[in-house]
Write a protein that binds this ligand. Structure first.
Ligand code: NAD
Length: 389
């Protein structure tokens, strides 16, 4: 595909990392759609002062976005690809805003897709009679990255060795994967469907699982500094992660042979494949987390209640995104498939308590689950995942 222009949607860590990398690797204009608050103005000011958006650390690139706007009419027309680099709770709203301006046959992808992106995005496109748009998603963000100075510089702590992607219709992945490889500068594996990516979403295990391990028995007393998130993983926390991974493997075992779920790997295998030599001690799940240089120094989400007194921030996206757009989405698939998920149930119940939500029952419809989009049975779910388009 010969690219005239792409648009990155989002104004956070991932979006500000993708812009310079994609502009350098693709050599075409990259627009930036940042509708939240005054982010577009702050991005323009930062780019103006710094001469572009800069990624430094494990990846180095610098580029000036072609146009930065909070108005989709200014940045979406003319783009063959729109990349949603946003927390999953912003996918639906953002897609609704950009859909009227998308080129015919444009590609829209979420990076990462998280759980259930396909049902939600398909509904938005149907509502706007935009069934010509092709959807895709990546299994994760290729980088661990944090903004250092807004609109100017991001620090890339680590780069994954490879990332999987899927499309809807599923067979179109062969067309977009080479372009994503060029854009990101790393190998992109082809997943069988976006449903496979929902189950292969490792953020849904890692973020709520580690948060549970760190804070389920928290005594309510403030910390004098934020605990390390990944390097703080202890044996009990690693058991929680292993339990969540086993639940996903049980779903895979039930659906194997019906769907191509080869990308749905046990968490330890995925970690070794994604981070390779960045992991000093790959011998077990815990050691692979605590010795991963890409995770070094990353802190647990906390709030400073008084100077140098910190409490866990349970409203962070590690729970607020990864439970309703992750674990709860996978658990709903397990229910349709008749698979028990004891570790997921425990973590979802605890996280829901912290978020004031009952995602196992009363508030399940707030999560991105198949039933919310009219997929009530396993047969319907499979038919949706394998639709030819
Ligand atoms: P972030 O926390 O930086 O995202 C916040 C940004 O998202 C906001 O600044 C805004 O630009 C946008 N946003 C939020 N709500 C919005 C709304 N309602 N409408 C429009 N825009 C909105 O997120 P990030 O770190 O860039 O992560 C993006 C995704 O990648 C998330 O799903 C995250 O879990 C995942 N991820 C991030 C990392 C990382 O290292 N940053 C690593 C792995 C996965």
């Amino acid at each position: 595909m010969e690219l005239r222009k792409i648009t990155v949607c989002g104004g956070g860590n991932g979006a500000q990392t993708l812009v310079p990398i994609a502009a350098r690797n693709l050599g075409c204009p990259v627009d930036l759609y940042a509708p939240l608050g005054d982010e577009a103005r702050r991005l323009r000011a930062g780019v103006e002062a710094h001469g572009g958006l800069e990624a430094k650390g494990a990846v180095q690139a610098m580029a000036r976005p072609h146009c930065i706007s909070a108005d989709p009419a200014e940045v979406i027309p003319g783009s063959q690809v729109a990349m949603l680099v946003l927390p999953a709770f912003a996918h639906e709203e953002t897609l609704r805003q950009i859909a009227p301006y998308l080129e015919r046959g444009a590609w829209v992808g979420a990076m990462p897709a998280r759980g259930g992106f396909d049902y939600c995005a398909t509904r938005v496109l149907q509502e706007q009679s935009r069934e010509d748009v092709i959807l895709f998603g990546l299994q994760t963000l290729p980088w661990a990255c944090r903004i250092e100075e807004y609109g100017r510089r991001v620090h890339v702590l680590g780069v994954k060795k490879a990332v999987d992607a899927a499309s809807r219709p599923a067979a179109r992945i062969g067309q977009i994967a080479p372009l994503l490889e060029q854009m990101m500068g790393l190998p992109i594996g082809a997943a069988g469907s976006l449903l496979a990516l929902t189950l292969a979403n490792t953020g849904q295990l890692i973020h709520p699982g580690i948060t549970y391990g760190l804070f389920a028995n928290w005594d309510g007393l403030p910390f004098d500094r934020a605990p390390l998130f990944y390097q703080g993983l202890d044996e009990e926390g690693a058991k929680v992660l292993a339990g969540l991974s086993d639940d996903v493997q049980a779903i895979r075992a039930r659906l194997d042979g019906i769907l191509d779920l080869s990308v749905v790997q046990p968490l330890h295998d995925w970690l070794l494949r994604a981070y390779g030599e960045a992991i000093a001690d790959p011998s077990n799940l815990r050691s692979a987390f605590v010795s991963n240089s890409a995770y070094a120094g990353l802190k647990a989400p906390v709030r400073e209640v008084v100077p140098r007194q910190f409490v866990p921030d349970f409203s962070s996206r590690y729970l607020a995104e990864d439970v309703p757009f992750g674990l709860a989405a996978s658990r709903a698939i397990a229910r349709l498939a008749g698979v028990e998920t004891p570790a997921m149930d425990r973590v979802i119940a605890w996280a829901g308590g912290r978020l004031g939500r009952d995602y196992l029952d009363r508030d399940a419809g707030e999560a991105r689950i198949p039933r919310k989009y009219g997929l009530e049975t396993l047969e319907q779910l499979i038919a949706f995942a394998t639709e030819r388009g």
